[in-house]
Design a protein around this ligand. Sequence first.
Ligand code: ADP
Ligand code: NI
Length: 208
Amino acid sequence: MQPIITAAELFVMNVHSGDSSGHDYSHIERVRKMALLIGREEQADLFIVEMAALLHDTVDDKLVEPARAWQQLEQFFDSVQLAADKRAAITHILQYISFKGGKNAGKLRSLEGKVVQDADRLDALGAIGIARTFMYAGAFGDVMYDPDRAPRDLATADYRAQSTAINHFYEKLFTLKELMNTTRGRQLAEERTAYMEAFVDRFKQEWH
Ligand code: ADP
Ligand code: NI
């Protein structure tokens, strides 16, 4: 299995090279490490966990054109001759891992998927999560804060439409801790969310 992991690393490095929206390869490495840590505790299939963690953002429609991305992924699976059952398990995870303004709620069924989803969400929280939020806002031309713009309800708003960095905490990040799948994930999410809440309070205090 190790040669397949190594091939996946190379494939993923290529896809994410040059990203400055908070989805660079270091994000992938952190998610991989965290997913393996949680996956071990949950006794998940660690090959599926590691592969899905590596590949999870290669088909994200915020970053790449989906039809082309899925085609490249299929080519990659062919090139490493990945067994059909493993392919299906990984594909299922990549299809439903993303938050999509809540539109994917409940669709991720496998333990491995839930583990990788927790690891991905944890990387959106805490100090790293704060940094990534501002990277994302900068990369997509959003302002960091506008006191006159109220946070939107992502269940109805277009989750890709213009927002502000501070609104993103209310629209998504503060809601994630309730959505965690695993015990370890929830525990870390609670700590990291408390840190972000203190940051946003302080930010507003300095702003005003
Ligand atoms: P997912 O793949 O689960 O939908 P995203 O790709 O939306 O997750 O999130 C990746 C990172 O980009 C996270 O750190 C997230 O907080 C940040 N991000 C996503 N959307 C926005 C936004 N509108 N404004 C600021 N940061 C954002
Ligand atoms: Ni991710």
